[in-house]
Design a protein around this ligand. Structure first.
Ligand code: URA
Length: 229
């Protein structure tokens, strides 16, 4: 049970003050009866605003095709962000919609967004070995010796205490490879190739666990069930 004014404000409809006015104006019903007390507690599923059920009161989990040029940070100073792709109401939710792990500004591909902090923690925890698949284009030919090097679980990146966990490298063209990671260190793909003297020119995430982008175009998103993981 949640207070009506708090519920509407937290789901991004309006400010708490506006929510009070909405209730007092008769726009909100609980189990079919017009509410008149903004402090009334209600089950979110029983609440309607202007006759409509609440917008995802249980939470959001979204799969986004991240285009290049957007950051995953909420800090406006870092430039345009992936949240700008979402409807305003979802951007105003509290808890905030945030990314599950991050992709760099110039990285494209599959990104998950949610307002469920337990999911963020669970899926970014090193204990939870969900596989992520990247396609990288590098500036120099890839040689077969990189496959056992990445698979060994001994590759040490600067400023990291632990070596990278074993990663599967599949060379698909002279300068292009797929890399399967079960962890997410900062700039990990770029730093792993940098450790072999290569610069990543383009990076795209194709898969997160069992999820793929399918037909989703850059900049588009689709909803996932909260119990997907
Ligand atoms: N590794 C990187 O270097 N960048 C990303 O965006 C994701 C993984």
């Amino acid at each position: 049970m949640r207070r009506l004014d708090q519920l509407l404000a937290n789901l991004g409809y309006c400010s708490r003050r506006e929510a009070r006015a909405w209730v007092e104006g008769g726009r909100v019903t609980v189990a079919g009866r017009v509410a008149d007390d903004p402090g009334q507690k209600a089950e979110p599923a029983a609440v309607r605003v202007d006759g409509e059920p609440l917008d995802h009161p249980e939470g959001l989990l979204l799969l986004v095709h991240k285009p290049a040029g957007l950051v995953c940070s909420h800090d406006e100073r870092e430039g345009p962000n992936v949240y700008s792709l979402l409807p305003l109401r979802w951007r105003q939710r509290n808890p905030q919609v945030t990314s599950i792990g991050r992709l760099d500004k110039e990285t494209t591909g599959l990104l998950l967004l949610t307002d469920q902090s337990d999911l963020v923690h669970r899926l970014t925890s090193p204990k939870h070995k969900v596989a992520k698949i990247y396609r990288a284009t590098v500036d120099r030919d890839l040689t077969p010796d990189l496959v056992p090097l990445f698979a060994a679980g001994t590759l040490q990146l600067d400023d990291e205490k632990e070596p990278c966990r074993p990663a599967e490298l599949r060379i698909v063209a002279p300068c292009e490879a797929e890399l399967v990671l079960v962890e997410g260190k900062y700039h990990q793909v770029r730093r792993m190739f940098a450790a072999t003297g290569r610069t990543v020119l383009a990076l795209h995430r194709t898969q997160f666990g069992h999820l793929t982008l399918g037909e989703l175009a850059p900049g588009q998103w689709r909803e996932l069930e909260l119990n997907t993981f």
